[in-house]
Design a protein around this ligand. Sequence first.
Ligand code: NDP
Length: 485
Amino acid sequence: MQTSPTQIKNFIDGQFVEPAGGKYIDNIEPATGKPYSQVADSGQEDVDRAVAAAEKAFPDWSQKPATERSQMLLRIADLIERDLEKFARAESIDTGKPLSLARSLDIPRAVSNFRFFATAVLHTENEAHIMDGVAFNYTLRQPRGIVGLISPWNLPLYLLSWKIAPALAAGNTAIAKPSELTPMTAYMLCEVCAEAGLPNGVLNVVHGTGPNVGSAITAHPKIGTISFTGGTVTGRKVAEAGAPLFKKISLELGGKNPNIIFADADLDAAIAGSVRSSFANQGQVCLCGSRVFVERPVYREFVDRFVAAASKLKSGDPLEPTTDQGAIVSQTQLDKVKFYVDLARKEGGKIALGGAPPKSINERCTAGYFFSPTVITDLPVSCRVNREEIFGPVITITPFDQEEEVISYANDTEYGLASSVWTQNLNRAHRVAEKIHTGTVWVNCWLVRDLRVPFGGMKQSGVGREGGNEALRFFTEPKNVCIAK
Ligand code: NDP
């Protein structure tokens, strides 16, 4: 397998091809701030070509027995696993995330995504509804056709494969668009698909910007299904483009997730778990808990111990094995993080940790996009920093006195993606979980992911659910067949 090509081309109809306009965009390594490859700057014509290839491939792929599609996805999983180290290194260079994280989380999860849906599709059931003496009905679930899959930069292969695997397992053909900031592992996935023998046109990857490629996908009349993960503002544009064409759309969007620590919690576990949920992947995980609420009797102890634990996180070159905190994905994202830290100061917040880039990393990384883990206290619950998604290594910690009070704080946001609750009181755990408006509630843990469970957000964190049967249902069309008795 070739890694790190200097030019990342589109993958259409089983071939790596130049973008129609012949243009490329620099692909920057966040840890150095320098371009290290180029990515196709595609547009409408490239999407049209991909759609033509996907249309041609659909009849054969959709008619294959599920066992054959399953075997193909299992082969793809095996090949990613074989090349895990190359994928992990490429993901780390492309995103700035620590190599250790890509190796332990991103790439293994991409393998699991393919394996999970390759086997899930063998265990689906079709409902039957019997009308006594009249008729019986059964439900056929058929693939939707050509699907558009759009993913963000924070967990590139992890999130793209979370869409590709169920879409293909269910018999659809796909046009995928990774973020133009992090296209490398999608390119490598295409190499793997070609090696596995995936029929031409079943998976097509078109690289380029959201306004050019993303909007060409969402507006394309032959792409009737869109699975999108990204920011809420972009999600709104996707919904607006798809609505007049009556597309089936799943939106996994932003978050401002609460992380609640009650005084009866196992503080050792809560602190270790909260450091992870605050700063994993430099806080660039949609599920990170960026608003920490601590019951007042343990507030001071929690802040002191949390700050001490977080200050041990080592910012460094993502490729160094000892690095806990790598680079932020881009200059734009780094500027956004700095903007919110300045805003926190203006809003009266106290910086208990961080608040600036780390002093020095190494010579290779002098122009990289780094920012230290940052903890802010003394901010009102309703301020902008506590309401708007920052998507970086910045959290706030706020005390509370009553259970009802913290539930209202947790819900006092337009988002509703995920939450964590730390308590030893089982009744309270159930009570709070029931009242929090988020698609996932973790109790005494964070980022424990069973691929069978429904995954998604409430309110402005999204519409629809991914995972397990939810994903297979999304990528299929239910049809009622009614047979008279
Ligand atoms: P964006 O919304 O900026 O981009 C997401 C994808 O959409 C990218 O591939 C982007 O392309 C593309 N895009 C941009 N404009 C359009 C458009 N007009 N039409 C169609 N596609 C478009 O998100 P980020 O990449 O900045 O990712 C961070 C966001 O993703 C955060 O808000 C985070 O919370 C959210 N997220 C949500 C998750 C969830 O499961 N709910 C999981 C992970 C992240 P390009 O980048 O090339 O411009």
